[in-house]
Design a protein around this ligand. Structure first.
Ligand code: PHE
Length: 447
């Protein structure tokens, strides 16, 4: 048992929990990573496989984390210890580590988003978008914006579940949805919008057949990343949840909203790129920043559009970042009895320091990204799936059934989905992620 097990916070409302989970899920992953992964991996062909994975593994995997979290009412380290046995706490330690690494560079990319929001006011990125990204993506000013972002994250988490996170997401998530709808309405009216929609929505079967080895791991990785799976965010958020909740229903709503928002962002991005005659497949971290800001320079009302778009990106990133920090903070509160404010500031400072190298060198950022977003998240996913699916499945099934009136055969359907297809897809994606990471490291060392 943790030190501070006498009083534990909880969500005030069901909506609060759902919005917090959606806020975590919707982030740079949807607005920044998703469109460029789609662009790189073949447009609509990728979209089809991705949606398949969301349905096939997303729901099953999010329930794995929900079950562990609600059953134990603890942070990921404590939760795995309670759920799996005492040595499992070391495994939970991996999640805390992942959270630290992930947030450390996430804050840097979020700092870019703040920078671009401000730059929209002056049009600073419009003359030479490539050069502009080059000039702001690294350096000590980048560290400054990383710091500003981290201050917001710490500020929210320090206020706790109800007065901090829940309050913040109740404002941020509806704002994200409303603004994206506004952006799409504008994008539809652009000349050549149809061309962008076609690339995005009209799958080319031959691309799926010839590129499947690239599309599959990318789609699986993106599905996991965008749903904030594999490092205990959903364990932590579900630990603040009552037993009367229907986890399957909530999971479905959360996944539906995250997917709708990801798809919706594409409905804006691709028409804008098409209208500006830009490339869809410009790869790399700068992709959306460079190609979109170029497009904003070319179309009518581009500056306003840019401002709204990058503002959405910033708040989406913020609502994800608070969930990453909360994992580590909850660990320190539960296990070490630390005060929430002290824990938030201390962890926030450490994460800021760990992230500084990624603000100074894009190759280091890519290295952190490959390690955390691919290798560690998938590893975490495999660990949880084995624990819930194979080792403690009775306990897990009983927990899932709470709050569901008549689960019928669905409990077993879930269990076997977790045991079979989900585990298999994760294992394959994990092997490919390791290969990718080794290549990344080699590239980094040998230049
Ligand atoms: N889901 C977030 C996004 O799409 C990223 C994230 C991953 C957040 C893992 C928390 C945990 O940006």
């Amino acid at each position: 048992m943790g030190v501070a097990d006498t009083f534990r916070e909880s969500w005030a409302t069901r909506t609060g929990f759902i919005l917090a989970a959606v806020g975590s899920a919707v982030g740079l992953g949807n607005v920044w990573r998703f469109p460029f992964v789609v662009g790189e991996a073949g447009g609509a062909a990728f979209l089809v496989i991705y949606l398949l994975f969301i349905v096939l593994i997303g729901l099953a995997a999010i329930l794995v984390e929900f079950v562990i979290g609600r059953h134990t009412d603890l942070n990921p380290v404590g939760a795995l210890r309670e759920f799996g046995g005492s040595s499992w706490r070391y495994v939970g330690g991996i999640f805390v580590f992942t959270g630290i690494v992930l947030l450390s560079f996430y804050a840097v990319a979020s700092g870019w988003a703040i920078r671009y929001t401000l730059a929209s006011l002056t049009g600073a990125y419009m003359d030479d978008p490539g050069a502009y990204f080059g000039s702001i993506s690294t350096g000590w000013e980048t560290v400054g914006f990383q710091l500003v972002f981290m201050i917001f994250v710490v500020g929210i988490v320090a206020f706790g579940i109800r007065r901090g996170i829940e309050l913040a997401v109740k404002v941020m998530v509806p704002a994200i949805i409303a603004l994206i709808i506004g952006l799409i309405i504008y994008a539809v009216t652009l000349p050549d919008a149809g061309e962008g929609f076609a690339f995005y929505l009209d799958p080319d079967l031959s691309v799926i057949l010839s590129e499947w080895h690239r599309i599959l791991p990318d789609a699986a990785g993106q599905a996991f990343f965008t749903l904030s799976l594999g490092m205990g965010v959903m364990i932590t958020y579900a630990s603040y949840l009552g037993e009367d909740r229907n986890l399957a229903e909530d999971g479905g709503v959360i996944i539906g909203l995250d997917t709708a928002i990801a798809v919706a962002v594409g409905l804006f991005v691709f028409p804008v790129l098409a209208a500006a005659g830009a490339q869809y497949e410009e790869p790399g971290a700068g992709a959306v920043f460079v190609s979109l800001s170029q497009a904003f320079g070319d179309i009518q009302f581009g500056a306003v559009l840019g401002f709204v778009f990058f503002f959405v990106l910033t708040i989406a990133a913020l609502s994800s970042a608070i969930s990453l920090l909360e994992v580590v903070v909850a660990y320190l509160i539960d296990e070490w009895g630390l005060d929430r404010k002290v824990a938030s500031i201390a962890v926030g400072s450490v994460i800021f320091l760990v992230g500084i190298p990624t603000a100074l060198d894009l190759d280091v950022l890519a290295l952190y990204d490959a390690l955390a977003a691919n290798v560690l998240l998938l590893l975490g996913g495999i660990i949880m799936v084995v624990l819930v699916g194979w080792l403690q499945s009775e306990k897990a099934l009983a927990e899932l059934e709470k709050g569901i009136d008549d689960i019928g055969p669905w409990g077993n359907v879930w269990l076997w989905t977790v045991r079979g297809p989900v585990l298999l897809v994760l294992l394959i994606a994990f092997v490919l992620a390791i290969i990718g990471f080794v290549e990344e490291v080699q590239g980094f060392i040998w230049g």
